[in-house]
Design a protein around this ligand. Structure first.
Ligand code: SF4
Length: 459
């Protein structure tokens, strides 16, 4: 997708050997979750920390690993801020890294300022750290955090006791445990565990606080969870295709979403097309699913420039558009004279899909039929991902208020969207089809950006 914002990747490792190289590899495997900043903290009796502006593989140097001594540590990749952050407090030395968004940060900052606390920039990570550090130990700090903070977070905290890992009580952001000989690990995604030759252990439960040290994993507290609300975008877009998020293979979910789009086309009379193609990379799983169900040949129509950044993480719209151009070039040989079914994960502002359709038509495509895995995006996300304003959402240009309540309304939106982006047709998955493809009960998902229902306000 094109406007995800505050996504981050977390990694924590307790090892029987020096850990910095493994943490480096772990956050490198999570690079797709944020490319602006990266950092590692390790502990060997003292805390060591290095963060960089840029990507993991481009920024860490040999001398960094000499400095990052210790058998336990945490790492982070981000779009917005340097993490982990390191503090000295009553608990001792502490390093904290998190993924998510705190929606009542302003209120918390004001009330803490009234109590004499100072803030550097008022970043979410400062708020989180200060709430934790007001308590006598990390577990009570994390319990206080769950009580005081609204929003979504997964986090890791490094102290002399080991690594505490926690997930908010709704489980918005993923967090998974793994292990291998002499190593215990926690990561935002399973790929960072499996590609480091370790086995998956299990997902951290919503509201669970776990301590990881040389004895392994210990649940220190299980906070009450009013309901589960995993972010549905993890499967549709955010997570890597080779990850397993909360027990569901991302690849399987994306294939199902593509199949479901093909099923709708078949049920609505069939679509005559020569090839099914994807907007790389996140459209690939959807396109393969469409191909499987429709039996229309799969063909790549864009060459993905692996040296260009993923466009959503560019922080301004002009930068995103420039990067999108650099990222994908048309494969003219595959495109000329073809009727193309083009699959993508979602339409946010509509500008990128417009450019893709335009590029394909300019490249000689006879028809371009756009198929979108997610239902129309109708609401901003309150929990740290996605566009922040209604004005930015393409679907809101046509449906000003409320939700899509009928297939007719959806079809009307699709026809207008097709006109806007110059496609021969546009279809989305309905919300019901989207949820069914995911294979997770609707009541365990956050779907707020589609239906406006805030999971923290519903039981
Ligand atoms: S509102 Fe949308 S993007 Fe935000 S957590 Fe919920 S499903 Fe994910």
């Amino acid at each position: 997708m094109k406007s995800l914002q505050d996504n981050c990747g977390l990694f924590g490792l307790y090892s029987d050997a020096e850990c910095a190289h493994d943490i480096f590899q772990g956050i490198d495997l999570l690079q797709h979750r944020g490319q602006e900043f990266c950092g590692i903290s390790t502990f060997d009796g003292s805390m060591h920390q290095i963060s960089h502006y840029g990507k993991v593989a481009n920024t860490f140097r040999d001398q960094d690993f000499k400095y990052l001594r210790g058998r336990c540590g945490i790492g982070h990749v981000s779009l917005w801020e340097r993490q982990p952050v390191m503090w000295q407090c009553q608990i001792g030395e502490i390093a904290v890294a998190f993924s998510g968004n705190i929606t009542n940060a302003k209120e918390l900052i004001s009330s803490m300022k009234m109590r004499g606390k100072a803030f550097y920039r008022g970043y979410n990570i400062e708020v989180i750290s200060k709430v934790i550090m007001e308590e006598p130990d990390v577990v009570s700090g994390l319990q206080a955090l769950a009580e005081k903070v609204k929003g979504a977070y997964s986090l890791v905290v490094l102290t002399k006791a080991g690594i505490h890992a926690a997930r908010d009580v709704y489980g918005f952001r993923p967090l998974i445990l793994g292990q291998g000989p002499g190593r215990h690990v926690v990561a935002s995604e399973s790929r960072a565990i499996q590609n480091l030759e370790m086995e998956l252990f299990r997902d951290v439960r919503p509201g669970e606080i776990i301590l990881i040290n040389d004895k392994g994993f210990e649940t220190m507290a299980q906070l009450d969870s009013p309901r589960t609300a995993h972010c549905a975008f993890e499967w549709a877009y955010t997570a890597s295709l080779d990850s397993i998020i909360d027990g569901v293979h991302v690849q399987e979910a994306r294939n199902n979403l593509g199949e479901s789009l093909a099923k709708r086309d078949i049920e609505e009379g069939g679509l005559e097309a020569d090839i099914v193609a994807a907007v790389p990379m996140s459209g690939i799983g959807h396109a393969l699913g469409y191909h499987k169900r429709s039996r229309i040949n799969y063909q790549e129509v864009f060459l993905y420039n692996r040296y260009a950044d993923r466009s959503y993480t560019q922080s301004s719209q002009p930068a995103r558009q420039k990067m999108a151009k650099r990222k994908l070039s048309v494969l003219h040989y595959a495109v000329k004279g073809k009727r193309i079914v083009l699959c993508d994960d979602s339409i946010v502002r509509g500008t990128q899909i417009l450019h893709k359709v335009r590029d394909l038509k300019k490249g000689g495509a006879k028809e371009v039929h756009v198929r979108i895995a997610c239902p129309p995006l109708m609401y901003p996300c309150d929990f740290g991902i996605s566009t922040r304003t209604y004005e930015e959402l393409a679907a809101r240009r046509y449906i000003k208020t409320g939700n899509i309540t009928s297939l007719e309304q959806l079809r009307d939106l699709e026809a207008r969207m097709a006109d806007e982006i110059g496609a021969d047709s546009v279809k989305y998955n309905t919300l019901d089809a989207f949820v069914a493809a995911m294979g997770i009960p609707k009541e365990d998902l956050c779907l707020m950006c589609f239906d406006g229902k805030n999971p923290t306000e519903t039981k």
